[in-house]
Design a protein around this ligand. Structure first.
Ligand SMILES: Cc1ncc(COP(=O)(O)O)c(C=O)c1O
Length: 446
């Protein structure tokens, strides 16, 4: 168990812990981390990334390239950990709440999401967050989890693994027949019609990596609010959102979206270190969950263990944050990525992503033999453009684009499409070049 007697005393407010603190150690890490340069134009933002100039990067949403400020934060924490692993981890994790480095990360995240730092659990990715939520919910035989056919494998698998244990049933619904012609009213009506008395959870994905569809989460949450008016606390339908392709790409205050549990990796659009993510929920929803993985982030757990008793109080976000030592130089550097987003501005970022992808969708739709699947409506799309080319498999198109130095991807779903995704690392000129490559690739299809 990593919590030393010294840390334990310190967590209780004991003076002994404070006297032994390696004071100034973390301030020194911060001092070695250069401040963010002004990011007031897109060239300066693009210069933050070390992406190979040999390619046009249109799969940036897959896994983040660390920007300069994140690399500097990772390097700073790594150096400190390499020099003093014991002192740094004891001090950064277990001694004082005010200096706790996970708390500092959560404060940076809360400033971006809205809400409060203690509503956030830190996870290594979206997958772990979804698994912790679905396994933590008090589901039982007779309860139903409603999910959609559009969600990622890790969402469906989290539900399958959880319901195989607890006996709840699962039903998958389709929210639209064709993403390209879907409407907000149509989607909302299908959600409404699908809810049954035994439905306890609705799982959805904010931005689909299958089609690029962005769901109207607020309107879906409003439907559930209506349904829940006639239900008591134990039978409420809870809204679980896989938000990984919305966070960092869409201008929303996530804490206000209306979801009960928001799970996301932060190693895609947010550009936080690889292997980082979060779950956000309000205190009453955290209180519903049963933790699955022992945590190092809640002092009460350790105290209860020492005294051989059950932990006191309701479940909280910190009890869901997986414990065991982590790649702390990555986790603690998450804050740098959220600060970068705030410095550039959430609205500016979302507008840039919208403009680049609008250009991309317009161009794709005009190419003969290309069928664009992502809605043209900016309200129903974000940063992913999915398309197919008559006569070619998605992977063949991706291969032909790669031969032209354009990195695209294909969606890993039963029905797969080719994808181009424009992000902060791209320019309008690059979008035109990628479109020209698609045009050539479709000609190569014959
Ligand atoms: C919609 C969606 N959800 C979840 C994931 C898995 O993300 P993570 O690696 O953060 O677990 C992906 C993967 O790209 C995805 O597209």
């Amino acid at each position: 168990m990593p919590l030393s007697r010294r840390s334990f005393l310190a967590m209780q407010g004991g003076a002994l812990g404070a006297a032994l603190l390696p004071s100034g150690l973390l301030a020194a890490v911060q001092a070695k981390t250069p401040p963010l340069p002004p990011l007031d134009d897109w060239d300066k933002v693009r210069a933050q990334f070390r992406l190979s100039p040999d390619y046009l990067h249109f799969a940036g949403f897959y896994l983040a390239s660390h920007p300069e400020s994140v690399r500097a934060a990772v390097d700073g924490f790594r150096r400190a950990l390499d020099e003093n692993p014991f002192l740094i981890v004891e001090h950064g994790m277990f001694e004082s709440d005010a200096e706790n480095l996970q708390r500092k990360v959560r404060e940076d995240i809360a400033a971006y999401l809205g809400g409060h730092q203690d509503e956030i659990a830190l996870t290594p990715n979206t997958t772990t967050g979804l698994a912790l939520v679905y396994h933590g919910l008090p589901l039982k035989a007779g309860d139903e989890v409603l999910v959609t056919t559009h969600d990622h494998v890790v969402h469906h698998e989290s539900i399958r693994l959880s319901t195989e244990r607890n006996g709840a049933s699962v039903r998958k619904i389709t929210l639209f027949d064709e993403a390209s012609t879907a409407s907000i009213d149509g989607i909302v009506a299908r959600v409404h019609a699908a809810i049954r008395p035994q439905t306890r959870v609705l799982g959805i994905t904010w931005v689909h990596s299958s089609t690029g569809m962005r769901l109207p989460v607020r309107q879906i949450a409003a439907v559930l609010k209506d349904v829940n008016r006639d239900r008591d606390e134990a039978t409420r339908v809870l809204l679980v959102v896989d938000g990984v392709h919305g966070i960092g790409a869409v201008d929303e205050t996530i804490a206000d979206l209306g979801c009960d549990f928001f799970c996301a990796g932060t190693h895609k659009w947010i550009f936080a270190p690889r292997g980082t993510g979060l779950v956000w929920a309000r205190a009453d929803n955290w209180a519903r969950l049963r933790p699955l993985i022992p945590s190092f982030s809640d002092a009460e757990l350790y105290e209860a263990w020492k005294q051989n008793r059950a932990p006191r109080g309701p479940n909280v976000a910190n009890r869901i944050t997986p414990g065991g030592f982590q790649a702390y130089e990555h986790q603690w550097a998450m804050g740098a990525a959220f600060r970068m987003h705030r410095q550039i501005g959430r609205t500016r970022i979302a507008e840039r992503i919208r403009d680049l992808n609008d250009q991309c969708k317009r161009g794709l739709a005009a190419i003969p033999k290309v069928k664009l699947h992502t809605p043209r409506d900016a309200g129903l799309s974000a940063g992913i453009c999915c398309f197919e080319v008559e006569g070619s498999k998605p992977n063949e198109i991706v291969g032909r684009l790669l031969a032209r130095k354009v990195i695209a991807s294909s969606s890993p779903y039963a029905i797969s499409y080719a994808r181009l995704s424009a992000g902060l690392m791209n320019t309008p000129e690059q979008v035109d070049q990628a479109l020209a490559a698609v045009r050539e690739a479709t000609k190569a299809a014959g």
